[in-house]
Design a protein around this ligand. Structure first.
Ligand code: NAD
Ligand code: ZN
Ligand code: ZN
Length: 391
């Protein structure tokens, strides 16, 4: 099959690779109809996640048709011919974490759990297309993918919604939503979101549907801020204004009630202390004057407010403002998204027209064009917000 593969730092390449096969009784093979490039893929391309190998198949946001199922897949949950969206965390459905709906912390889905233990001192779950650290599973920027625990995660789409309307249930819509849900939003809340990438845009939309009085978008890319403004959010360009002063102005002098970090490691390029692994250490650049989103969120949040972090971090981040966090009773919440928990309720919100995930799609490319998709998404060219690939 054709697949978009990691080919070294800052390089992806579409190659011919072996077709996937059923390896365990609860696997399924999915023929992929739509797949997307995510901000998390950029952490791999950057070399920040150091356990990628030449030829690894990228991608964790995908959907398609079930072509084959293993003998132990529960037929009431999944059959050949079903149209499914596949969540990016691989989850067994049976461990203590899965029982608590903490699917992205599944204790059984990462055959390489020892690598993370050794690097970070804590385990991580299995993820599609996300390096050997998270199981070495081939990703979904390909014609086919093997889906483990296929009767747990994949969501059947039985209505006539288009791929573009449901594809982002695999990751970024639930992730943005979880970012907002962790904020316990009340009707008078001013919510500030760092990052107007696709995850940030969905965090903003979710904050609005959960009842926020005002939603603020912080970024530096004018076209991304424009996209947020067109959706009804208040843009703040961190290269043009002092973010903290502007946020105080927009929140009656106290700071936003709730703050969401939808930036993640990009913001740590100048200040990360990811000394647990050498390749990452090499990638860390010298201190720049770019503001650090997480630090700024904690410093800006009103006393007693909530800072919710869905931007991805790994290793260690220094200069954590422990004083502002502790002395002002700020609550900090975070996590890789527990996608499986949100898929059905968010599908219903899409069906009711409360959320329109298609609004972030700016580029529709073939799988063969994936390298160009990475290039424009990473370098913020051609007003690129979100790339969908059609294998
Ligand atoms: P993206 O790279 O397209 O968007 C990030 C945005 O942040 C960019 O527009 C960038 O200009 C902006 N930015 C950079 N520094 C900033 C700063 N200091 N203040 C404000 N904005 C700043 O990525 P995306 O696809 O929207 O993903 C965003 C983050 O969410 C990534 O870290 C990604 O890995 C993470 N993510 C997390 C989960 C999860 O399960 N928690 C799932 C998907 C993605
Ligand atoms: Zn993603
Ligand atoms: Zn589990």
């Amino acid at each position: 099959m054709r697949a978009n593969c990691w080919a070294g730092r800052n390089e992806v390449e579409v190659r011919e690779v072996p077709d996937p096969a059923i390896l365990s009784g609860r696997d399924a093979i999915v023929g992929i109809t739509s797949t997307a490039i995510c901000g998390s893929d950029l952490h791999l391309v950057d070399g920040y996640v150091p356990t990628m190998q030449d030829g690894d198949v990228m991608g964790h946001e995908f959907m398609g048709e079930v072509l084959e199922v293993g003998p132990d897949v529960d037929p009431t949950r999944l059959r050949v011919g079903d149209r499914v969206v596949v969540p990016f965390p691989i989850a067994c459905g049976a461990c203590a974490a899965c029982a608590a709906q903490l699917y992205s912390c599944c204790e059984n889905s990462n055959p390489n759990a020892g690598i993370a233990e050794k690097m970070f001192g804590h385990p991580v779950a299995g993820l599609f297309g996300y390096s050997h650290l998270t199981g070495g599973f081939a990703g979904g920027q390909a014609q086919y993918a093997r889906v483990p625990f296929a009767d747990v995660g994949p969501l059947r789409i039985e209505s006539d919604l288009t791929d573009e309307q449901v594809l982002f249930l695999s990751d970024i819509l639930p992730t943005g939503y979880m970012g907002a849900e962790m904020c316990d939003i009340r009707p008078s809340d001013v919510v500030a979101v760092w990052g107007a990438g696709p995850v940030g845009q969905f965090a903003m939309d979710s904050a609005r549907v959960l009842g926020a009085a005002a939603v603020i978008a912080i970024d530096k890319e004018p076209y991304r801020l424009r996209m947020a403004e067109e959706a009804g959010h208040i843009p703040v360009n961190f290269e043009e204004v002092d973010v903290r002063s502007r946020l105080l102005e927009l929140s009656g002098g106290r700071g936003p009630d709730k703050c969401i970090d939808a930036v993640g490691m990009e913001a740590t390029h100048g200040s990360a202390h990811l000394h647990a692994f050498d390749r990452v250490k090499q990638a860390v650049r010298s201190e720049t004057d770019r503001p650090h989103a997480l630090r700024q969120a904690i410093m800006s949040c009103r006393s007693g407010g909530i800072v919710s972090v869905v931007g991805v971090y790994g290793g260690f981040v220094d200069k954590f403002p422990a004083g502002a966090w502790m002395n002002r009773s700020v609550t900090l919440r975070t996590g890789q998204c527990h996608v499986q928990r949100y898929m059905t309720p968010l599908l219903e919100r899409i069906e009711r027209g409360e959320l329109d995930p298609t609004r972030v799609i700016t580029h529709r490319l073939t799988l063969e064009e994936a390298p160009r998709g990475y290039d424009i998404f990473k370098n913020k060219q051609a007003d690129c917000e979100k790339v969908v690939l059609r294998p």
